[in-house]
Design a protein around this ligand. Structure first.
Ligand code: NAP
Length: 300
């Protein structure tokens, strides 16, 4: 039987609708709304399109949204001063600096400068530490891993007791999702294995997985015969493999492929995310969720 296709676009829409309703209720009661600042340095086309979507979504949620577009040659000191200003601004609950930054700016310094209580991307080491401790300590789970966990939960797949295999150990996807799913608590409690380029017998590990999460950035890395029949497959990979003319807009757009051979894998898996339309749309929904959590945290 073909797999259930986990529709990240639909799930993210329903999460955003829940957030929007909650923000409207908060505004009606307290005349306050969450505030998010998005800081973009330069005009890298992928970054511009990510930021544009984040801004549009934040405005749609009813958030106060401040968009800061800085020139590519802005000094590190000026960027740090801006972050500091928003750290102190009580109307701002989330600070997002779009990565990557130009080479002359030390990315780490900028991430470390963000107040951990406004770090809605969840990249600050304090928040990574909180994530590891788990439970109530975890304030802002990084958005893509949080989206992955939500997709698994909302598609009815049981995480507790499952064998989870994560392909990839990056700081933004592999390591955090592995840590989130091994926590003792609801929505987790799995047995987690993380595999990478140093792993012997990648295929053998993948074959054991009840839940297989692939974040390698290698198109078609996971072959259908590596998938356990009935497994839940979350394909995080977004790989540009060519270009095409969009039927809708007539413009040239990228052809995107995941890290899993989707067409063959969907005949074996129990459920699977498509690329695009799987994990991608969840990331922004989780950013909005973290910003609302930050607002509530500051209010209390
Ligand atoms: P990354 O920093 O490049 O990390 C890739 C990881 O995969 C590394 O740990 C690497 O192992 C491992 N890997 C690469 N090739 C492998 C192979 N042949 N066998 C086993 N392991 C392999 O990438 P990332 O930032 O985590 O992103 C991964 C993918 O997810 C990319 O396609 C990216 O575009 C996508 N992504 C999507 C979203 C979204 O949808 N919102 C968000 C973030 C990322 P080593 O550590 O040994 O090098």
């Amino acid at each position: 039987m073909p797999a259930l296709i986990i529709d990240g676009s639909a799930i993210s829409k329903s999460i955003l609708a829940e957030i929007k309703a909650e923000v409207a209720a908060i505004k009606a009661e307290k005349n306050e709304v969450p505030g998010l600042v998005t800081i973009l340095v330069g005009s890298n086309s992928a970054s511009v399109s990510y930021v544009t979507l984040k801004v549009k979504t934040a405005l749609d949620m009813g958030y106060k949204e401040v968009q800061e577009n800085l020139a590519a040659d802005v000094s590190e000191a000026d960027l740090l001063a801006m972050v500091d200003r928003y750290n102190k601004d009580p109307s701002i609950h989330g600070i997002l600096v779009q990565l990557p930054l130009p080479r002359h700016i030390d990315e780490k310094k900028v991430i470390y400068a963000i107040d951990p209580d406004k770090d809605v991307d969840g990249f600050h080491p304090v928040n990574i530490g909180r994530l590891l401790l788990g439970g109530d300590e975890a304030k802002f789970p990084p958005c893509t891993p949080a989206g992955i966990q939500e997709l698994i939960l909302r598609s009815g797949v049981r995480i507790s007791g499952a064998e989870v295999v994560v392909v990839g150990r990056s700081n933004i996807v592999g390591k955090p999702i592995a840590n989130m799913l091994l926590q003792k608590g609801p929505g987790a409690n799995a047995t987690v294995t993380v595999v990478h380029t140093g792993t012997v017998d990648l295929a053998g590990h993948c074959r054991r997985a009840d839940i297989l999460i692939v974040a390698a950035g290698v198109p078609g890395l996971v072959k259908p015969e590596w998938i356990k029949p009935g497994a839940c497959v979350i394909d995080v990979g977004v790989n540009r493999v060519g270009e095409k003319i969009s039927e809708k807009t007539g413009k040239t757009v990228a052809i995107l492929r995941g890290d899993v051979d989707f067409d063959a894998a969907k005949e074996i898996a129990g459920s699977i995310t498509p690329v695009p339309g799987g994990v991608g749309p969840m990331t922004i929904a989780m950013l909005m969720k973290n910003t609302l959590s930050s607002f509530k945290m500051h209010a209390s």
